[in-house]
Design a protein around this ligand. Structure first.
Ligand SMILES: *Cc1c(COP(=O)(O)O)cnc(C)c1O
Length: 457
């Protein structure tokens, strides 16, 4: 299986050719999913005792399977949080795989982890956290949020020895990402939601905490604020929330998985004031920092607290006495042991392009949101639900029901034209179905936006 033969060389060239083509295509075909049975009928058995051969498997992938996926870097893919990895980052993702680096420990991964840490230094500098703060790359925002919550709870328990067995409580807002609730389940913590999808403010949070009964207050250990809600790009009042957390002695986590990239943008950096006071921060480079999937990051004000929570012990791990092996061990700061050096593509792309290019590309996403906002105000058939925030735009098609939005979404998708999905927006305790743009890709144009709005006529 591992012998180098002519077939393998040819296969490698084929794969590289495909990768180069795909990386240089700015307008990839917008595929659509097909039912599992239908795909199976077309491709037949692919995993067999003798193998079907690389050529055939690759052909099936290119002809059938890739067409049943949606390229998230398509310039008219404006649903969810899209992505737009730089070509250099994607290329280096291939290099990362080819290099077979174990990213858990400095002993094995030093050179790769060094690169990751160079990129991490820049990320940390964007947050304004004090000297000593540092972080680690994770599989995504979900794993980053989980790693931060585990650290927060461990810290709380070590400070309050009596609290070993009681169930923790986290306060966040309705605007928080679903992963906060999901990961609270993993650590069996209760979540209390402040009832607002809009900006969470200090007084609301304070009122919520004061409204807890004695048992709840005794169990409360962390507040999760959002630095750019996924639905609407709203940044909570981080400075006010930091005040409350300080006063109440609570862990302050900022989930900036989507919005964190905007810390690099001078035009909006001030909106994040207070993030420099966080105990931990989540930022997803695979969202607004142009990294390929998957790459998240968790940053701690005091990384040693994360180490206390996450470092694994085992006789088979006890081998790090050599001088060269003394260094930063990513496994100590998040939930994974064996890990890909998934910050490596980001490092290469940053090193190649420079951070100014990143600033430019992030500002471009916000400019596109402003342009979309202006167009929506000009067209008579649509209107803004709220002013664009970061790179998110919520808008409605006058007179449409939720069914109309879905039909429109499916039609544009089926036509291979665009993927823009509806969402819900809560106002006065009522949920309304509206449409939403989220801009990440700097290759999206004003004409793309116009053309999409035209399809709503
Ligand atoms: C996307 C997102 C997450 C989850 O991140 P994944 O990388 O998808 O795991 C968490 N929080 C926020 C605010 C997000 O936008």
């Amino acid at each position: 299986m591992h012998n180098i033969d002519i077939d393998l060389v040819e296969m490698t060239l084929d794969v590289m050719k495909y990768a180069i083509n795909r990386i240089t295509t700015t307008n990839p075909e917008l595929g659509t999913p097909k039912p599992q049975q239908e795909l199976k009928k077309i491709v037949g058995e692919t995993v067999t005792p003798k193998g079907i051969g690389g050529e055939k498997a690759f052909q099936l992938f290119k002809d059938v399977l890739i067409k049943a996926t949606v390229p998230i870097d398509h310039p008219r893919h404006l649903a969810f949080v899209p992505a737009s990895p730089t070509r250099s980052a994607v290329m280096f993702d291939l290099v990362t795989s080819a290099s077979s680096i174990h990213g858990a420990y400095w002993m094995e991964g030093a050179g790769g982890i060094f690169c990751e840490n160079e990129a991490m230094n820049w990320l940390v500098s964007l947050t304004g956290l004090p000297e000593g703060a540092f972080g680690v790359f994770t599989s995504g925002g979900t794993a980053a949020n989980l790693s931060a919550m585990v650290t927060a709870r461990e810290y709380w328990r070590t400070r309050n020895k009596g609290k070993k067995k009681i169930r923790g409580l986290v306060v966040t807002s309705e605007g928080a990402h679903s992963s906060v609730k999901a990961m609270a389940k993993v650590i069996d913590a209760e979540v209390m939601l402040v009832e607002t999808e809009d900006k969470l403010k200090g007084d609301q949070l304070y009122k919520t905490i004061k409204g807890l009964d004695e048992d709840q207050r005794n169990r409360l250990f962390a507040v999760v604020a959002t630095g750019g809600t996924t639905n609407a790009g709203i940044i909570d009042e981080l400075n006010e929330i930091a005040d409350v957390c300080e006063k109440e002695n609570l862990w302050f986590h900022v989930d900036a998985a989507y919005g964190g990239g905007a810390l690099a943008a001078d035009s909006v950096k001030h909106l994040f004031k207070g993030i420099e006071r966080a105990d931990s921060i989540t930022i997803d480079p695979h969202k607004w920092l142009f990294s390929p999937y998957d790459c998240g990051a968790v940053i701690y004000k005091k990384p040693e607290l994360a180490k206390k929570a996450h470092a694994q012990e085992g006789s088979y791990l006890d081998i790090f006495n050599d001088e060269g092996a003394q260094g930063f061990n990513p496994a100590d700061y998040q939930i994974q042991l064996t890990r890909r050096v998934r910050g490596l593509p980001l490092w290469f792309s940053l090193a190649m392009h420079g951070t100014d290019k990143y600033k430019w590309a992030i500002e471009k996403g916000m400019q596109l949101a402003q342009i979309a906002g202006e167009l929506i105000e000009e067209y008579p058939h649509v209107e803004l639900v709220r002013q664009p925030s970061l790179s998110c735009v919520l808008f409605r098609r006058k007179g449409w029901t939720s069914g109309d939005y879905l039909k429109w979404t499916y039609k544009n998708h089926r036509d291979g034209f665009a993927l823009v999905t509806p969402t819900k927006w809560k106002k006065n305790n009522q949920y309304e179905t509206v449409s939403r743009f989220c801009f990440i890709n700097p290759d999206t144009t004003e004409n793309d936006i116009k053309a999409i709005l035209e399809t709503m006529k």
